[in-house]
Design a protein around this ligand. Sequence first.
Ligand SMILES: CC(C)(COP(=O)(O)OP(=O)(O)OC[C@H]1O[C@@H](n2cnc3c(N)ncnc32)[C@H](O)[C@@H]1OP(=O)(O)O)[C@@H](O)C(=O)NCCC(=O)NCCS
Length: 178
Amino acid sequence: MKPRRTAVRIRRATSDDGLALHQVFEGMSPESRRRRYLAPIPRLSDSMQRTLLDVDDDHHVLFIAETGPRRRSQPIGLARYVVDEPRRAEIAYEVVDAWQGRGVGTRLLRQLVTTARAQGIEQLHGSLLTENAASLALLRRVLPQIEVHERPTELEFIAWLTPRDLEVADVLMDLGVA
Ligand SMILES: CC(C)(COP(=O)(O)OP(=O)(O)OC[C@H]1O[C@@H](n2cnc3c(N)ncnc32)[C@H](O)[C@@H]1OP(=O)(O)O)[C@@H](O)C(=O)NCCC(=O)NCCS
């Protein structure tokens, strides 16, 4: 018999999600934390937690990936965007080590992109450590219209969100059927 697939759900975070934030942080190795915060972070300080949970409906959006039964759900990943200029937002995301490489990051980033697009955001940007191949692969998969710029120890990326219909038109043109 095939093993049952473990369901992963994505939901919007609220300002009451401090515990989920801590659980995700605790599930990350020092290296994953360094990759997420671009510096070694031994613990999530109160001020970082306040900043991360200062969410609203459109300018600061945070998603949580969860698994397990709904009443005892286990948070396994986060993805956020913060609007920093009109129609432009900075993004960041993480998945606990035990769940990396299983598609959770892809689902979180897709959800973030869908929501950002619906809010009229046209550009997403952020920074990565140069050696963060997993994150770069994830970005290129979900955001094909991406530019990556090398800085001394980091990569800066900027990605354009085009309307879905334009993307379909591009694919048809590439295939020579439009
Ligand atoms: C980056 C991160 C979120 C990816 O999440 P994930 O759930 O492992 O990603 P997915 O399983 O959806 O895989 C996405 C892509 O990454 C690739 N990938 C995963 N782990 C990888 C690794 N160690 N090396 C290279 N590529 C890797 C996958 O193959 C996939 O690419 P593909 O579809 O072209 O094969 C996760 O590795 C993480 O939390 N890292 C620490 C925090 C971080 O780096 N955040 C980004 C900066 S804000």
